[in-house]
Design a binder for this molecule. Structure first.
Ligand code: FPP
Length: 248
């Protein structure tokens, strides 16, 4: 049995696999710098880790995987790096769509797709259409995503619904907010993995992470394999989640 299979066997014994895993894929730039390579090479290498995370999630029985691929703040990076990231997104879609569909993955996007240039936008629309109906794993790609912008958008939509008489003011509660986020209808993440050792949330899923267990690993994203995912899940299985209550 190889190392990944041994970890998977331990996960199966442990029970209580996280239904929803979210990942901040960080460290592509440092991975490239350590090798005296341009930053986009790190992002390209990071695509392999995306595949590892998707396949590992399916194997482990995770239902929802949310990957932070590109933040609203990332639009402030040098145009060359933005161009490289968008090209990689298109390449990922061209190369992986058939495989994702074959593996029963349904892809969704969280974020403001209006900011993407037409080729990237069309590729994303194709990916969403071609994977619709997958039942093994829901893969959420956060692209041009900002959690504060998402919450402001939900507030705007709530205000509109109240103004138009579709919602009573006293019905503006937590569920009403959740239903207007990009993640409407999904369970909140049980586990957040952040690579590269940074201990920040970076404007990611601020509402949804209220009671999420955090796992921070020093591994840089391009070095991340399914074994690292399994180690995070095993660590999660050892946690006691109290949701603000006392131990039973
Ligand atoms: C953070 O590393 C990573 C990103 C901003 C982009 C993530 C993109 C990928 C993993 C590849 C493409 C993914 C898909 C789904 C097609 P960083 O550049 O901030 O690294 P640093 O902190 O070391 O500089």
């Amino acid at each position: 049995m190889n190392a990944a299979a041994a970890l998977l066997a331990r996960i199966r014994v442990g029970g209580g696999v996280p239904r929803h895993v979210a990942v901040i894929m960080d460290g592509n730039g440092r991975w490239a710098r350590e090798r005296h390579l341009p930053r986009p090479v790190g992002h390209r290498e990071g695509m392999k880790s995306v595949r590892e995370a998707v396949e590992g999630s399916i194997e482990a029985g995770v239902e929802v995987l949310t990957l932070f691929a590109f933040s609203e703040e990332n639009w402030n990076r040098p145009p060359m790096e933005i161009g490289a990231l968008m090209s990689l997104l298109e390449e990922y879609i061209a190369r992986e769509t058939a495989e994702l569909r074959g593996n029963g993955v349904e892809v969704h996007v969280l974020g403001d797709l209006g900011r993407l240039k037409p080729p990237a936008r069309e590729a994303v629309d194709r990916l969403l259409a071609e994977t619709r109906g997958g039942t093994k794993l829901q893969l959420n790609l956060a692209i041009s995503y900002s959690s504060r912008a998402e919450i402001a958008r939900a507030a705007r939509r709530l205000a509109e619904d109240v103004l138009q008489g579709r919602l009573a003011l006293e019905d503006v509660d937590e569920d009403a907010v959740s239903l207007r986020l990009y993640t409407a209808g999904l369970p909140d993440p049980d586990l957040l993995v952040r690579t590269s050792g940074e201990r920040r949330i970076s404007n990611f899923l601020l509402w949804q992470l209220a009671y999420t267990e955090l796992f921070i690993t020093p591994v840089l994203w391009p070095d991340f394999t399914r074994s690292h995912l399994y180690e995070a899940i095993l660590d999660y299985q050892g946690r006691e989640r109290r949701f603000g209550r006392v131990t039973a």
